[in-house]
Each structure stands twice: as C-alpha cells, then as structure tokens.
Design a protein around this ligand. Structure first.
Ligand code: GLN
Length: 232
C-alpha cells in the first residue's frame, strides 16, 4: 500500500494470481507489473492506495457496486466493459491463446470436439471460448483464478485452457508450469485501469497523468523490464 501525500486514499482491487501482472512474492507481498505501476502512479500523483486482491471477476463486481475505486488486473479494455467502466489509456497489449498439457497432441480448436476446456470466470478468454464452443463441440469448466484453471489441465480433467498470451507465456517460460501454447494468439483488447463509470473523473485523470509521466520518464519501461526482461 502507498500512503497519501496530501490527497485521498483509494481502494484498488486486483486479481489473486496473474503473473507477471499481480502475484505474491516469497514474503506474501503483492508484486508484478500492475502492482509496481499503480504504486508508482500513486506516488507520482500524491494519492494513497490500498490493494485488495479479490480475484478477477470479484474485482469487477466490486467496482461495479462501487465498493472499490479502481481495478488494475490485466483487465482488457472492451466495448462491452466500456458500458460499465471508464478506462485509462491502454498500457499493455494482450490477446488470448489456447494452452494444453505439455505432452498433449491437441493443437487446434477442431481437436476439442467432445472434450472439456477450462476458463476463468468473467475473462476475455472465457468469452472467446464461449463464442466458439458450439462450433467446435466442447464444454466449459469455470474457475475463479488462473492457478486452478492451469491445474485442471495439468491434472487432465480439462484438455485446454484459454488465457492471456503474456500471462500464459510467463507461466510456461518463467514459472515452469507444465503447459504449452497450442495456438497463435487471437486479437484481444489492450489492458487498461478501470474506474466506475462517470463517478471518479478526478482519479481517472490522475491515473492517466501518472501513467503518461511514467511512460515519458522511463519508469514504465523499467517496471516492465523488471518482470519481462529488456528483449520483450
Ligand atoms: N485480460 C483478461 C480480461 O480482461 C483477463 C484478466 C485476468 O484474468 N486478470 O478478461
């Protein structure tokens, strides 16, 4: 959490496990690109924050109910969500991929016929899977967080999962999760920070100004490089 320098303190909701954007380090502290970014924005703009790792879908619901002030959770900016939330400028490009067990032969949506696929409630990956499941004849198993979704595929209950490309790639390459990418990524929205619609222009303004400052003074790039290395 970041204490307020003179302004208000805002409650920021996030996902529980979504590395490299938000996850717990060995000491149980929340770290990741989103966590470093929102702390740096708060410091830059002089407001305070309290982080609440609620889970992705719960974070969106809490924001809609105005129980929290903002969500930063690798949250994609979509037209549908713009009906309910105001978004900051985009800060990271994403897209959805299908991942399968490391030893699986599945490498296309056609291979999913008659099988079960794991998705995370309320995500773009879930919406994408939902949109093609009748065409390819598979059923969905839903999970509240990415860790349990991956585990269901590793355990062999589900044969595939739909997840954001940068998160899936990091889990496989950076964390040794026993999955592999099975498809090219589908076009998806970029990540933005969300605030409740038409209720918090002051916070949104500070977020956008802070983000622009961090992008021009090199801090944004440093944060991303800390987690992804300078070659990405
Ligand atoms: N980017 C995806 C979405 O907005 C997934 C976010 C997440 O799982 N934290 O739906």
């Amino acid at each position: 959490d970041v204490p307020a320098q003179n302004g208000k303190t805002y409650i920021i909701a996030t996902d529980t496990t979504f590395a490299p954007f938000e996850f717990q380090d060995a000491n149980g502290n929340y770290v990741g690109i989103d966590m470093d970014l929102i702390r740096a924005i708060a410091k830059d703009q002089g407001f305070g924050i309290e982080i609440r790792p609620l889970g992705f879908n719960a974070a969106l619901q809490a924001l809609e109910a105005k129980q929290v002030d903002a969500v930063i959770a690798g949250m994609s900016i979509t037209d549908e969500r713009k009906q309910t939330f105001d978004f900051s400028e985009p800060y990271f490009e994403s897209g959805v991929v299908m991942a399968v067990a490391a030893d699986s032969d599945i490498d296309s949506y056609e291979d999913l016929e008659g099988l079960t696929v794991a998705v995370k409630t309320g995500t773009e990956g879930a919406t994408f899977a939902e949109s093609i499941k009748d065409e390819y004849g598979f059923t969905l198993a839903t999970f509240d967080d990415s860790a349990n979704m991956y585990q269901d595929v590793i355990a062999g209950n589900s044969v595939a999962a739909f997840e954001d490309y940068p998160v899936m790639a990091y889990a496989i390459e950076g964390q040794g999760i026993a999955l592999k990418l099975a498809t090219e990524k589908e076009a998806g929205g970029s990540y933005g920070i969300a605030v409740a619609k038409d209720t918090n222009p002051e916070l949104l303004n500070m977020i956008n100004t802070g983000l622009a400052n961090l992008q021009s003074n090199g801090t944004y790039e440093e944060i991303v490089n800390d987690y992804l290395g300078s070659d990405t």
